[in-house]
Structures are given as C-alpha cells and as structure tokens.
Design a binder for this molecule. Structure first.
Ligand code: AHR
Length: 507
C-alpha cells in the first residue's frame, strides 16, 4: 500500500489566495467565441447573443478574471475592427489560425459578456503588427471617462461609463517565431517599455504584464526574461509564463508529474526577476502572471490536416479524460503553492478550444473532466495557502526522474474556519493512505470528502456528459488530531474540514 504523510499547520502560510489565480482565457480562435460563448441563434441565447447555458457553466466553474482577445490572434488584430455598428465591421483574414474573422464579436461585446458572467477583464494589446499608438488609443477608448475622441466614441457606442480595465498584457508570446511580428528580446523589451509608459500616461492605475517565454522549453528561456526585464522592470508589474502539457508516447507516468515542470518553471522565472531586481537595486518585487496553462495535445494539432479560410473552424477541441483532470488538479496545486509570487493565472482556454466547457452549435454545453478540479479549487480555496510538505511513496518517470506519488496543498479560511486539503494520487493502480497531522487544529473534523477518479481514458462526451464527475467519499476521518484518508488510484481529492462547532451547515 502506498502512503503519504503531511502536516497541516496555519503557521506554514505561503500567502493569501488571490482570486485572480482562477482566471481563464477567451481567444478569437476556433470556436471559443463563436458558438462557444456567443451564438445568437442558439435556443439559450440572450438578447445580446450570449449562450445562457455557457454563462451558467462559467459561473459554476468559478472563473474570476478572463484574458482576451489572444493569444496569437492579438498579434494581427486591429481592435478598431470590432467596435461600432456591426454592419460596418470588416471581415478579415485571420493569420494566426488561418481563419476568417467577421468581427461580429469585439471589445464591447466581450466587456458586456464578462459583466454578465461577473468576471474581471484582462486585455492584451497587439505588439506584433501594431504598437504604442494603437495601444494608447485602445486604453483611452476603454478607460478615459469622456471628452476626447476615443472616449466619446465609446460613449457613442453605448458605453457611457469607462470599462475601467485594470489588467493589460503587453503583447503575446513575442519570443516565438510563429508569432506575427516576432521580436528579439531587445526589440520587444524596448517596445514593451515605451508602450507601458504611454499606457500609464493615459491611466496610471493600470497593471501591466510583460511577455515572458512562451514555454520553459524555448531555447531563449531565461535569457529572454532577463533581457526583457532589463528594459521593462520599472514599468511593469508582472511577467507572463505559458505552459501546456500532454501525454507523449503513451508515457502516462511522466505526464502525471507535469506539475514538477510547472514548479521549476515558476521558481526559475521568480529567480530571474529577483536577479534583475537586485541588479537594479530595486525595492520592487515583480509578480508572475501564468496567463496560459493547461493540458493540450499539441502533437495532434501539429499533425492536423490544413483547413480552408473559414470562420471559427473546429480547432484543438481536445476531449479530456481522467488523467488530464488529475494533471490539471496538480497544476492548480502548483499554482497555489506559489501564491506568494503567482498572482494571476489563466487556464487556456474557456470553451471548446482546449476548454473545460464544450459546446455544440445549436446543441448542448457540457463539463469536460478538467472542469472539476478547476471548479473545486475556485470554490473552496479561500483565505490563505498553507504548505503541507507531503512525504510519500515515490515513482520513477522518464522525464522528471524520481517523483512523489502524492502532491498536495491546503488552504485555511480564518473567517469561516474551513480548512481544505487538495491532493492528487498519481498512482494509476493503487490506492493510497494519506495521514495528516492537525497538530495546531485539534478540534477539526471531516466535513466533506469529494473525489474524481476512474480509468485514465474515461471522458465526458456529448452523449455521455456526466460520466466523470466529483463523487462523495466516506473514506476519511479524524482521530487524535490526525486525519486519515484513502485516496483512490489516479484521483483528484478535495477534503474539507471544519472545527467541530461549525459542523451544522451541510453545504
Ligand atoms: O491557447 C492557444 C495558443 O497557445 C495561444 O494563442 C498562444 O498564445 C499559445 O501558443
């Protein structure tokens, strides 16, 4: 029998749970926007064309902030194409994903949709084909109250109050040769610094994200961050990280350990930020924005058949299984564990395009397996993150060497008293007995234990949309200040504990 032991102690506080860790991403790519969140002819569409069935799932998912409009898309995008009367908006060749962009949905539709979904918005500016001038006009349109060309145009478009968008990305993945308008680190660093200065002149209250590497595997990783930050350190608040994980060559063991890579990536970027901060004798501590992360079967994407120029083609509509959900759970654990540095994180993307939500045009919307770890963390991770330092049985992986079978993190809400332990069991065959010392929380007892588990390839589909979901487990108890729980093989586990006196509420 595999075992794991850990200690839950409020003294091991990493930092507060920032709600912005539960972000998502809506790109004009494939069917994320069109027939994903927006489909005027759908039976559930509201008067603005937003799918109500999807809005309900977005709220259930617990998303806090949403990044828009790209992604690679933004590097060829003219934001002005998507504002004003729809009949005047141009249809354009969309070069990043080889499709047609009708511009039926644009900035104001996105802001309205996000309000309806009760989300904060995070916008990216185009530093590929455009630059400082388009960015300063965009922020004036969005955030300036009134009395100028761009702010009055927004008012004429029906938005009297400013959109007041606080979070801005200075371009997207500018280190990638695939990026339209790709730049060297020096070229990008200069443009990003000058654009940041101009945007802040329009609205000093904004927060800015500089592009870090598009993955830790990039040959320029590390050097890119250092050079970009030499230029931008004083003008930005965050640097971005992007990471996608997939099961390659049927190597499930390595895939399940993907969070090892995420941990190393975060710690490497934080160290680079601090190195540049030290060189500059800066009192400022840069924060990290992990604004694209997920499972993505990218190899399948690269082997795909080319498609014609059409609007919203079906692109990277990966169907996620149980193992993908366990990996997503462990990536969320990694993000929480680094809550002292990572303050923004966006799962990419929200609907259809590697999304936790899948839809069919004129048809249903359903939850993919990866919906559940996200929704449970967004809902129950409150208050402060606690390190728990698990010591568990280990296993050997091709990619990451020797890896613990269990990964875990806890959160403690000091207002309600709720303590939550999130844990994954990476062993695909064997259950695991987890024990946790609650030495400083002696009166705690198990309130609810829910689990997602199953055979690794099991997935939710249009015909069987609830096959994989969270289920209740009774295999956890507290005795003598120690929690014991049985984690099923290949599982995502959420253990909610409360002080005995607070046990009357059954939610
Ligand atoms: O999320 C899909 C794509 O992945 C984004 O457009 C890009 O930024 C990344 O490479």
């Amino acid at each position: 029998m595999n075992t794991a032991h850990l200690t839950i102690d409020p003294a091991f506080c990493v930092g507060p749970v920032d709600r912005r860790l539960f972000g998502s991403f809506v790109e004009h790519m494939g069917r994320c926007v069109y027939t994903g969140i927006y489909e005027p002819d759908h039976p559930s569409a509201d008067e603005e064309g937003f799918r109500r069935d999807v809005l309900e799932l977005v709220r259930e998912l617990g998303v806090s902030v949403v990044r828009y409009p790209g992604g690679n898309f933004v590097s060829g995008y003219n934001w002005e194409d998507g504002i004003g009367p729809r009949e005047d908006r141009p249809t354009r060749l969309e070069l990043a994903w080889h499709s047609l962009e009708t511009n039926e949905f644009g900035l104001n539709e996105f802001v309205s949709w996000a309000r309806r979904a009760r989300l904060e918005t995070m916008l990216a500016v185009n530093l590929g084909t455009r630059g400082l001038d388009a960015a300063r006009n965009l922020i004036e349109y969005c955030n300036h109250p009134k009395g100028t060309y761009w702010s009055d145009l927004r008012i004429a478009h029906g938005f009297k109050e400013p959109h007041d968008i606080k979070l801005w990305c200075l371009g997207n993945e500018m280190d990638g040769t695939w990026q339209i308008g790709h730049k060297t680190a020096d070229e990008y660093g200069r443009v990003a610094a000058e654009t940041a200065k101009a945007m802040r002149l329009v609205d000093p209250a904004i927060e800015l994200v500089a592009c870090g590497s598009s993955s830790r595997a990039m040959p320029t990783f590390g050097a890119w961050e250092a050079t970009v930050l030499e230029h931008t350190y004083d003008y930005v608040d965050y640097i971005s990280l992007h990471a996608y994980y997939e099961r390659v060559d049927d190597d499930l063991d390595s895939f399940l350990a993907s969070a090892v890579d995420m941990d190393t990536f975060i710690e490497g970027v934080a160290a680079t930020c601090d190195h540049i901060g030290a060189k500059k004798r800066s009192a400022k501590k840069l924060r990290l924005s992990f604004d694209e992360w997920n499972v993505w079967y990218m190899t399948d994407y690269h082997n795909r058949e080319p498609h014609d120029w059409i609007p919203s083609p079906r692109l990277i509509e990966d169907t996620f299984n149980v193992s993908d959900a366990v990996v997503v759970g462990s990536l969320l654990i990694s993000l929480l564990r680094h809550a002292d540095r990572v303050e923004v994180a966006c799962q990419a993307q929200l609907a259809n395009v590697i999304g936790p939500i899948r839809t069919e045009p004129s048809g249903p919307a359903w939850r993919q397996t990866i919906f559940y770890p996200f929704a449970t963390v967004a809902r129950y991770a409150r208050g402060e993150v606690l390190r728990v330092e698990p010591r568990s049985s280990r296993y050997e992986t091709k990619k990451y060497g020797d890896v613990p079978i269990v990964d875990a993190v806890a959160t403690l809400d000091r207002d309600t008293g709720e303590l939550v332990l999130f844990a994954v069991n990476r062993d695909t065959n064997k259950p695991l007995t987890l024990t946790a010392s609650l030495r400083s929380l002696p009166a705690y007892t198990v309130h609810k234990f829910t689990v997602l588990t199953g055979e690794f390839a099991t997935a939710n589909t249009e015909v069987d949309p609830t096959r994989v979901r969270m289920t209740d487990s009774s295999a956890a108890s507290v005795a003598d200040g120690s929690l014991t729980a049985k984690l099923p093989p290949l599982s995502w586990n959420v253990l909610r504990l409360r002080p005995a006196a607070a046990m009357t509420d059954t939610h």
